[in-house]
Design a protein around this ligand. Structure first.
Ligand SMILES: *[C@@H]1O[C@H](CO)[C@@H](O)[C@H](O)[C@H]1NC(C)=O
Ligand SMILES: *[C@@H]1O[C@H](CO)[C@@H](O)[C@H](O)[C@H]1NC(C)=O
Ligand SMILES: *[C@@H]1O[C@H](CO)[C@@H](O)[C@H](O)[C@H]1NC(C)=O
Ligand SMILES: *[C@@H]1O[C@H](CO)[C@@H](O)[C@H](O)[C@H]1NC(C)=O
Ligand SMILES: *[C@@H]1O[C@H](CO)[C@@H](O)[C@H](O)[C@H]1NC(C)=O
Ligand SMILES: *[C@@H]1O[C@H](CO)[C@@H](O)[C@H](O)[C@H]1NC(C)=O
Ligand SMILES: *[C@@H]1O[C@H](CO)[C@@H](O)[C@H](O)[C@H]1NC(C)=O
Length: 679
């Protein structure tokens, strides 16, 4: 009896385990019952129908599934890597039809746990510190659905070969060769099952990747490259999958997997694999139908009436166009809950455009910043929201990521990544805050420059920021500078009377030509960036009402000191002389160049970044910025400053909110009604 029972358990054990024909070959046509054997990590889970679900809709998470035992990839630690081959079926189902993140990878790693690895663009494999380090011993083939510029991704739908680094060694847009050998487009995040084959030939150091939405292996690979894995693979390695989500999430599934050393893995028959769940229903809150029994008490009816009145009062009135814009839309209720009803306690700041609240999204437990903007005109809203939705697709490590939006009556709510360290101006000017070291300042400058370059030149369309200033630079947990509020200035343009052009900006950062032409350009952003550079080095605002007359306008003061050969006099005394002189001089000179009154003389952001990175030396001679066209009298006589302020009355139709205590603040200029700054 006992023997029979034992036999029975052995039988069950074999049924619920991957079938092993040899030590170096295994296959899973379903992961069912393998839950205790496949090593799962993060949010990975085996579904009831036998699929391995690496991630779900939770943002910023990763999930991994690894074969539990290590596999021998070499005869000895110094030896040559063996050939291997794998075939697997996967599917990526994004949370919103066209937007998702971040992708999945087939990986061979030296541990199953990968401590310290991050989600998002790191796909749960690496992190910012170890990325690219040859001590990682990470080989991966990524199926990446987000274009990360920092890793030179070619598109948001590509396959890449990663050797110890998320910057792919080789990559190709996702596609496959059909039966007649024509190349067909393949959408990785199309929610359909896709089969991938990865073959490494250890003799010829050749790696081939094939893709197809069908069961048969195409005759040609879509990615083929010569690569020697001998130095990356150790003697024993783990194989498996890792996937991650970012601000937007996707469900990443693996439906079946075969792996073979020194041979060719058989293709999977897609029709015999578990079925993916059907398309997800839109989770827009529906009015809950409540059937009340005829005998219900009046008390209950009254309670219900109260409930409905509250519900109606709080309901979002969603107009048809809003649904066209689709994803990214948060419900008002969700944001209200997240910010605890927009309590003053949750208020973290006033941006140039509205109040900012801190919040925690209930379902993902993510911290966010919610900016509430009131907008008087409804007409502009639609265009603006479309634009916001498109700006939501901008992704760069030096931008504050926009996660989504919500409109309610005349209010627009924008949801951003929460930046724990607040804005740069606090660190520069708030004496109660600790000061930033020069290294930190320089890193922030370089970060902001690269974010701005991305907006100007690296995205599919040029985005002019229009309101660069220390208050709009936010610092993340690692004190990286990130640009916030980009694109927002347009709100006022769409809503305003087309016959007048409004210039939005902040005094001291406004390029002189802007007040004449009213047309923001890349070089007007560069001007503002120049003011920021000087500000960061000097620890002073571009226009300081409390300063000595000759120091009133920062750029003039810096220029004077430069001419006198005493440029280091302007450096922020809070640095206590601890800084790299060469870098400081580069930043100051660059600040002067960017602050030139003539847009043509200002460098482009690409040039700025080259100077900052030290790739190109700055010119020895600088031309005078001629700030504010001093007409003989010099900048410092005070009157000119008064004129300057008074010619730009704050437009009364704006809600005035400001971070600066000084009256000289966010100046909204209506150029048609105001004499230009420079005549
Ligand atoms: C999982 O499968 C491997 C295959 O080699 C086997 O050796 C191991 O005992 C299994 N582990 C469990 C917990 O079933
Ligand atoms: C590994 O060792 C085995 C047995 O000694 C040998 O047959 C095989 O060729 C070796 N493989 C490589 C890649 O050196
Ligand atoms: C990055 O990952 C490595 C291990 O791969 C780990 O030692 C290190 O602590 C991680 N760094 C961070 C900042 O998490
Ligand atoms: C690579 O990592 C090792 C240890 O993890 C570290 O000592 C080394 O400095 C790193 N190399 C680079 C270039 O970061
Ligand atoms: C990949 O696709 C993107 C657009 O989706 C295109 O811009 C890019 O040139 C393609 N790259 C290659 C190498 O085919
Ligand atoms: C090849 O087959 C695909 C469908 O699989 C078809 O759309 C395409 O037109 C065919 N191309 C040629 C050149 O026959
Ligand atoms: C690949 O690297 C291994 C070990 O580093 C070396 O023995 C082998 O010759 C290399 N193969 C080629 C083709 O260079």
């Amino acid at each position: 009896m006992a023997e029979a029972l034992k036999l029975f358990w052995v039988f069950v054990f074999f049924l619920s385990n991957p079938v092993l024909s040899q030590l170096d070959e295994f296959f899973y046509d379903s992961f069912h019952g393998a839950g205790n054997n496949l090593s799962l990590n993060g949010v990975a889970k085996i579904e009831k129908n036998g699929m391995l679900r690496l991630t779900n809709d939770v943002a910023r998470w990763f999930g991994r599934g690894f074969y539990p035992s290590p596999i021998r990839f070499k005869n000895s630690s110094g030896g040559k890597a063996f050939s291997f081959s794998t075939a697997f079926a996967f599917a990526i189902v994004p949370q919103y039809p066209t937007l998702g993140g971040h992708g999945l990878a087939f990986a061979i790693t030296s541990t199953k746990e990968l401590p310290g690895a991050l989600p998002r663009q790191y796909l749960g494999l690496l992190n910012a510190t170890d990325n690219g380090n040859s001590t990682n011993h990470v080989f991966a083939v990524e199926f990446d659905t987000v274009q990360d510029f920092e890793f030179n991704d070619i598109s948001d739908n590509h396959v890449g070969i990663d050797l110890n680094s998320m910057t792919s060694y080789a990559s190709a847009n996702a596609s496959y060769f059909s039966d007649n050998s024509t190349k067909e487009y393949l959408n990785l995040k199309g929610g359909k099952t896709i089969q991938a084959w990865i073959d490494y030939d250890g003799q010829r150091d050749q790696l081939n990747v094939f893709l197809s939405p069908h069961s048969t292996k195409p005759t040609s690979p879509i990615l083929s490259c010569g690569v020697n894995l001998s130095s990356i693979l150790k003697e024993f390695m783990y194989v498996g999958f890792s996937a991650s989500t970012g601000l937007l999430a996707s469900s990443h599934y693996v439906l079946g997997w075969r792996f073979k050393m020194n041979g060719v893995a058989e293709s999977l028959d897609l029709s015999s694999l578990p079925k993916l769940p059907g398309p997800k229903r839109n989770n827009t809150p529906l009015i809950i139908g409540v059937s009340v029994a005829a005998t219900s008490m009046i008390v209950f009816a009254v309670a219900l009436a109260f409930y409905l009145i509250r519900k109606i009062k709080n309901a979002d009135v969603i107009e048809a166009w809003e649904l066209d814009i689709g994803p990214h839309r948060f419900s008002y209720q969700e944001l209200k809950k997240a910010t605890r009803g927009f309590r003053d306690k949750e208020l973290i700041g006033f941006g140039g455009f509205g109040k900012v609240y801190k919040g925690t999204l209930r379902n993902s437990n993510t911290q966010v910043a919610v900016k509430r903007i009131s907008h008087e005109s409804k007409q502009g809203m639609r265009e603006f929201v479309s634009e916001i939705a498109s700006i939501g697709r901008l992704r760069h490590r030096n931008l504050v990521q926009l996660l989504g939006w919500c409109r309610r009556r005349g209010d627009l709510l924008l949801v951003y990544d929460y930046m724990p360290n607040g804005s740069l101006d606090k660190y520069l000017f708030d004496t109660s805050k600790s000061t930033l070291s020069w290294e930190q300042r320089f890193k922030i400058i370089k970060g902001v420059a690269s974010g701005l370059l991305y907006l100007h030149e690296e995205w599919e369309q040029t985005v002019i920021h229009r309101d660069i200033k220390a208050g709009n630079i936010l610092l993340d947990s690692e004190l990286n500078g990130r640009l916030g509020d980009f694109g927002l200035a347009k709100l006022y343009e769409h809503g305003s009377n087309p016959s007048t052009t409004r210039v939005v900006g902040t005094l001291g950062y406004l390029a002189p030509e802007l007040t004449r032409t009213g047309k923001p350009t890349r070089s007007s952003d560069v001007f503002a960036f120049g003011a920021l550079l000087l500000e960061v080095v000097c620890g002073r605002r571009p226009v300081e009402a409390k300063a000595l007359p000759e120091e009133l306008i920062l750029v003039d003061w810096v220029w004077e000191r430069w001419r006198e050969g005493a440029i280091l006099d302007v450096v922020d005394p809070r640095l206590k002389g601890e800084y790299d002189e060469v870098e400081v001089v580069v930043v100051l000179k660059l600040g002067l160049m960017c602050s030139n009154n003539s847009p043509a003389v200002r460098p482009s952001m690409r040039q700025v970044l080259r100077y900052l990175e030290g790739e190109v030396a700055l010119p020895e001679e600088l031309s005078a910025p001629d700030a504010y066209d001093k007409k003989g009298g010099g900048a410092g006589d005070g009157f000119e400053f008064e004129d300057y302020v008074h010619s730009y009355p704050a437009s009364s139709c704006f809600e005035k909110v400001s971070t600066w205590s000084s009256a000289v603040d966010d100046v909204d200029v209506e150029s048609s009604s105001v004499s230009p700054l420079v005549t």
